[in-house]
Design a protein around this ligand. Structure first.
Ligand code: NOJ
Length: 540
């Protein structure tokens, strides 16, 4: 299975479909919707964590790596889902959270109880550093009633593992073997570029301490060891690493095939272009210049360096891209298609986050009482402590909360939108009646546009294999790029704004074929008009 012509669909299991009416999605719900996913045309389903967990971070706090959380079903349900998916030629990608475990995990509990063997699984120090947790506050917490502290780069209930300890690596590699033996063909590795800390930890006042533990050279060695010990021998397995605050140079190293680390990486720079001074909990219109510059530098350098990007706009940690980049009141449909084209025709492997294919929006919650995400709740408190009014703090959370994308999937117009028959764990979005799968499939056009994009990737090697070059790099409204493969070329033009613009089409494309267009067909003239959020791909 090459990963270059594949499209991967991310499911947040808690919010996909509830079949046992407890308000939480489950594995049988995913199985029930396989025909829908097949119709869309995706090749692999990435499931956010489904393991036993206290759910303080919605499953990214794993208490047992080789079991299924009863909230989602049983191991039989998982096996049945995987078999049914394979029958449709769809594979499963599991989320591997290997930087940290839940403090409920047996390893941490045994460490707390005084077992030296397990204490060595964690990063314990007499003297903590000045690092800040990514969820706010100190990154160190007292280790039981000892005089030591344990490191938690995330929540206090997510204790970082010590990858320098070979016993820890063995345990984690065994987890991978366990799932490989079951037939799992994909792994998404959570924050995998922070697993390799230095052995002597240093204070680092810069950027909350991130430079001291991100993309350290040892990180590459650990990933290479994992590759060689487990999935590296099965060319069918697809791996993607989530990279926090990373660089292009490192992502080339992580993905250049000869280095035998990972197939591809997620980076988040393009989703920080609406952060004021680089800070998430602020509000600002997105900076198009920066977005375009990032796409061009990543696209070009990964292409030249033989690296590979995971391409995405949405996931369970991001507000919906439509609310961030598009004037949705008027242009939701054209905008959704333009954003889709911008990444699906690009060099890399595209990911679709559930609901994106029907143009789902942020839920538009009315008060803080509706939010449950630990990061959002902490951020609200920090904003208030920093002097913001309740209203101002709420507006920021509303724009930035991870709960924006975690609301239940909108299936139809029945109560709870066909997600469940009972109150869901997180309220539905306000648009559930007007934006849902049933409506989209009967009268919408975003879903079929995604179907088309997925098929194009399979038919045209210029999309799956071609090189990347910036086009009209200086244009203030167009994100354009050129893909080349043997004697074929594809020109992709995306207008990121509501105002129409005119560009000069290179002569060689005037007789080209339009592969996809989010507006009715237009003539390819030298002076080419791109309408509001228009996206056009021309092949020759
Ligand atoms: C990244 C995951 O996507 C996010 O949801 C989680 O909170 C952190 N890693 C910590 O595991």
């Amino acid at each position: 299975m090459s990963f270059k012509d594949k499209v991967i669909y991310q499911i947040y299991p808690k919010s996909f479909l509830d079949t046992n009416q407890d308000g939480v999605g489950d594995l049988l719900g995913i199985q029930k919707k396989l025909p829908y996913l097949k119709k869309l045309g995706v090749d692999m389903l990435w499931l956010s964590p489904i393991y036993p967990s206290p759910q303080n971070d919605n499953g990214y706090d794993v208490a047992d790596y080789t079991a299924i959380n009863p909230l989602f079903g049983t191991m039989e349900d998982f096996e049945s889902l995987m078999a049914a998916a394979k029958d449709l030629n769809i594979e499963i990608m599991l989320d591997m959270v290997f930087n940290h475990v839940s403090t409920d995990h047996e390893w941490f509990q045994k460490a707390l109880a005084g077992e030296k063997k397990y204490q060595d699984y964690f990063i314990l120090r007499d003297q903590p550093t000045d690092w800040v947790s990514k969820f706010g506050g100190n990154a160190w917490a007292p280790f039981g009633d000892t005089d030591q502290y344990y490191l938690h780069l995330y929540d206090e209930t997510q204790a970082d593992l010590d990858w320098h300890n070979p016993a820890v690596r063995d345990e984690l590699f065994n987890v991978l073997r366990f799932w490989l033996d079951k037939g799992v063909k994909g792994f998404r590795f959570d924050v995998i570029n922070v697993i390799g800390k230095d052995q002597v930890l240093q204070d680092c006042p810069e950027n909350d301490g991130k430079p001291a533990y991100t993309d350290r050279p040892i990180n590459h060695e650990f990933i290479h060891m994992m590759n060689q010990a487990t999935f590296g021998h099965d060319p069918e397995v697809i791996t993607v690493g989530e990279m926090s605050s990373t660089t292009i140079e490192n992502c080339i190293l992580y993905t250049e095939p000869q280095r035998e680390e990972l197939n591809m990486t997620f980076n988040f720079h393009h989703l920080k272009v609406d952060y004021q001074d680089g800070k998430k909990w602020t509000q600002m219109p997105f900076d198009f210049e920066k977005l375009k510059e990032l796409f061009h530098s990543w696209g070009t350098q990964m292409s030249v360096g033989n690296g590979w990007n995971a391409l995405f706009w949405n996931n369970h940690d991001q507000p919906r891209a439509l609310n961030r980049f598009i004037e949705v009141a008027e242009y939701r449909v054209a905008g959704a298609k333009m954003l889709a084209s911008a990444i699906h025709l690009n060099r890399g492997t595209p990911y679709i986050y559930m609901g994106e294919e029907i143009g789902m929006l942020d839920p538009d919650f009315d008060s803080m009482a509706e939010y449950v995400d630990v990061e959002s709740l902490n951020a609200y408190q920090e904003l208030i402590a920093a002097g913001k009014t309740e209203k101002a703090a709420f507006e920021i959370v509303k724009a930035k909360s991870r709960d924006n994308s975690r609301t239940p999937m909108q299936w139809d117009q029945t109560t709870y939108s066909g997600f469940s028959e009972t109150t869901p764990w997180l309220p539905l979005g306000k648009t559930a009646d007007s934006i849902n799968v049933e409506k989209e499939l009967t009268e919408g056009s975003i879903f079929s546009y995604y179907q088309q994009l997925i098929q194009l990737r399979k038919e045209y090697p210029v999309i799956s294999e071609g090189t990347y070059q910036a086009f009209l790099a200086e244009h203030p409204a167009i994100y354009g790029y050129l893909r080349s493969y043997q004697d074929q070329e594809l020109l992709v033009l995306n207008n990121f704004f509501a105002e129409a613009v005119v560009i000069e089409l290179p002569e060689r494309f005037m007789k080209g074929e339009v592969l996809i267009n989010n507006y009715p067909a237009a003539e390819l003239t030298k002076e080419l008009v791109l309408k509001s959020y228009q996206s056009l791909a021309i092949y020759r």
